[in-house]
Design a protein around this ligand. Structure first.
Ligand code: MN
Length: 501
């Protein structure tokens, strides 16, 4: 569903006319070579753009980028000195994210050969500083990547930023379908949808659950049959749910719901959705398997009306596209306090994405302890182990905050034969005591986007592009410094709202 190859990033080189046409030709040739090499390594196509040498050319390029739908942003490079007043009008008009690649065409100094021509051609060292000054002077968010362009770490840092830029592009004009409203009385899943649209670019469309029920009723039996075949093929299905089993009708109902949801979301071009167990009028049960499978296919999801987490999970799905491990909606559910190490058991009532499953999921049916509806069908599995992140997006009133915790997913100490949901067990970094205190002091939500391949660095770049705060809880977190950073950020983000150009 998500293919980053539809996107491109523009490679933009700054220079000036002072050096004469011969040098500019060399700058262009070098830039083409760098752009082509990066195009091989980054997750999107890198498009070379003519070298910029005047304020008008910079301004035109920025306007062109703004209106190019496939362009997720700019990689900027100052091959030579490029006087930065010529960048002011363009950068102020630019609506797309940009990264400053502080590189140099030549890697090592040719000690025996170096002369002033070489120095003038390869002067990113101070050209990049002039460009950096004007970006900081204008308070522009950007990532700065330093190193030789053939270096694997440099390419990796650029790739991370490109993925964040793709997720940002995906959010612009994106639609989140919200079936029913918020779970009654819950605070953190609420927020200002007008502020979110202005800040983030996505729009939340509310629907009565009856609109979804109508779409589900239209699903032909043949489509239900097809989906049942897929279920039987893809999962270990318990006997009660198999054809002829006592609860097979529940599986057929879930297949009908999945088809109806899929059709509704596709027809409206939605990228994410929410539901709530408190508003299921006309539905026989809370969608479980359907939500799990739609997430697997790239949709963002948030339970209990949580549209912010639904949008965040979608953004993480885009950042994750083509990478090995999965992304899921998640919730910190219960703790394991133990001398052998404190841990968190993450799960939800049903809706954990199968993309994080370790092995083939089991398809089972159990009652839901709340909501008073029929028993929902759900996939049950243990999550893959390894390093991962939990990320939450909160509306703090005047602004949004992204909060990220690095965690280590570990095997469960013992099997969980009676737990009827998919789950992940993890040790938060630096330890549960510090991480949970920091998370709670930061007002962190109980719902999160959970991922292995999307890292804190992707999320940091994404927050930078979005112009919002990101607080990170990791192996270096000290609670005292974390509290101070949160207070300083409160001040900074209040001031930054009134940017002085
Ligand atoms: Mn929940």
């Amino acid at each position: 569903m998500i293919d980053l190859k539809n996107y491109e990033v523009w490679f933009v080189t700054g220079s000036q006319h002072l050096y004469g046409p011969e040098t500019l030709e060399q700058v262009a040739a070098d830039s083409k070579q760098v752009a082509a090499a990066l195009s091989e390594k980054l997750p999107v196509k890198v498009v070379f753009k003519p070298v910029l040498t005047t304020p008008d050319a910079v301004h035109s390029l920025c306007l062109e980028a703004n209106s190019a739908p496939n362009c997720v942003g700019l990689i900027t490079w100052m091959h030579t000195f490029s006087p930065a007043k010529m960048w002011i009008s363009g950068l102020l008009a630019l609506k797309k994210p940009f990264v400053h690649l502080h590189t140099q065409f030549n890697a090592e100094i040719p000690w025996a050969e170096i002369d002033m021509d070489f120095m003038n051609l390869n002067q990113s060292a101070h050209g990049g500083r002039e460009f950096g000054f004007i970006c900081s002077r204008l308070r522009l968010n950007r990532k700065v990547v330093v190193g030789h362009w053939q270096d694997a770490e440099v390419q990796s840092e650029l790739s991370v930023w490109v993925r964040a830029a793709c997720a940002w592009a995906d959010w612009q004009g994106a639609k989140v379908a919200r079936f029913g409203d918020n779970m009654r009385d819950v605070a953190v899943t609420e927020g200002n949808k007008v502020s979110a649209q202005a800040q983030f670019g996505f729009d939340v469309y509310g629907y009565g659950i009856g609109d979804l029920v109508a779409a589900i009723k239209e699903v032909p039996d043949a489509d239900v049959d097809k989906l049942i075949e897929q279920y039987l093929d893809e999962y270990d299905v318990v006997p009660a749910l198999q054809p002829g089993g006592a609860q097979h009708d529940s599986l057929r109902e879930e297949a009908r719901v999945e088809n109806g949801l899929r059709n509704f979301l596709a027809a409206g071009n939605f990228k994410a959705f929410t539901d709530t167990f408190e508003d299921l009028h006309g539905l026989k049960m809370l969608p479980g398997l359907a939500a799990q499978r739609l997430m697997r296919d790239g949709y963002g999801f948030g339970a209990e009306g949580d549209w912010k987490t639904a949008a965040l999970v979608r953004a993480m799905k885009v950042m994750n596209a083509g990478m090995e491990k999965g992304v899921s909606f998640m919730e910190d559910y219960t703790y394991h306090f133990s001398p052998s190490g404190d841990k968190v058991l993450g799960a939800h009532m049903l809706e954990i994405c199968e993309s994080i499953a370790d092995g083939k999921p089991s398809l089972e049916i159990y009652p839901l302890s709340i909501g008073g509806k029929a028993d929902p069908v759900r996939l049950i599995f243990d999550a893959q182990t390894g390093p991962a992140v939990c990320a939450a997006l909160m509306d703090m009133g005047q602004r949004f905050r992204l909060l990220v915790n690095k965690v280590e997913v570990v095997p469960t100490d013992e099997p969980l034969p009676k737990l009827p949901v998919a789950r992940a067990l993890w040790k938060p970094l630096p330890d549960l005591k510090t991480a949970a205190a920091a998370w709670i002091l930061a007002g962190g939500a109980h719902h999160t986007g959970f991922s292995y391949s999307v890292t804190a660095e992707h999320l940091e770049d994404f927050a930078g592009i979005a112009g919002i705060e990101m607080l990170l809880i990791d192996e270096n977190t000290s609670l005292r410094q974390f509290k101070q950073a949160a207070r300083w950020n409160d001040l900074y983000y209040s001031l930054a709202a009134n940017r002085l150009a």
